[in-house]
Write a protein that binds this ligand. Structure first.
Ligand SMILES: [Zn+2]
Length: 163
């Protein structure tokens, strides 16, 4: 039986005027655009959830929380992430560390990174030091560079408890 498992996740949401902007569980009240989605649209939580589910071999977020299900309309994605943690732990794993790269023109992420780490660590039941969030910009290239969307890439490492 393996001791470690690794998984990756990717998510992209359109950025829309007047939409509440929540990234990594942190609200950016001054940002004029926010990620469109069935839930609160937080792509950081979604990419991390897919990385964790992928590492555990449990499919993807759409399988567990389908966007056709009214239960998840407007859902707090931090809550979805903590449910994913429960699924992963029920399968005999615990979270080792996670790392996410957020590609977006707006909002400026750096000042909020420590708060994101705290929120995500809380949902995952780990220390903030086990959660990394990095912001980067599209440099004017592609849909991220034009400010049309926010894209997140994530990886997660799972460990067997006691390993
Ligand atoms: Zn998503």
């Amino acid at each position: 039986m393996s001791t470690f498992r690794i998984g990756q996740g990717w998510d992209r949401h359109r950025l829309v005027e007047g939409r509440r902007c929540v990234l990594g569980g942190v609200e950016f009240p001054d940002c004029p655009v926010g990620p469109l989605g069935h839930s609160d649209g937080d792509p950081v939580c979604h990419a991390l959830a897919d990385a964790l589910l992928g590492a555990a071999g449990l499919g993807d977020i759409g399988r567990h929380f389908p966007d056709t299900d009214p239960r998840w309309a407007g859902a707090d994605s931090l809550d979805l992430l903590s449910r994913v943690r429960d699924l992963v732990e029920a399968a005999g794993w615990r979270v080792g560390n996670v790392d996410a790269t957020v590609i977006t023109e707006r909002p400026l992420l750096a000042p909020a990174v420590p708060r994101m780490q705290g929120k995500l660590a809380g949902a995952l039941g780990v220390e903030p030091g086990q959660v990394s969030v990095k912001g980067t910009r599209g440099e004017g290239l592609g849909p991220e560079g034009r400010g049309e969307c926010v894209t997140v890439q994530a990886v997660a490492l799972l460990q067997r408890p006691g390993a």
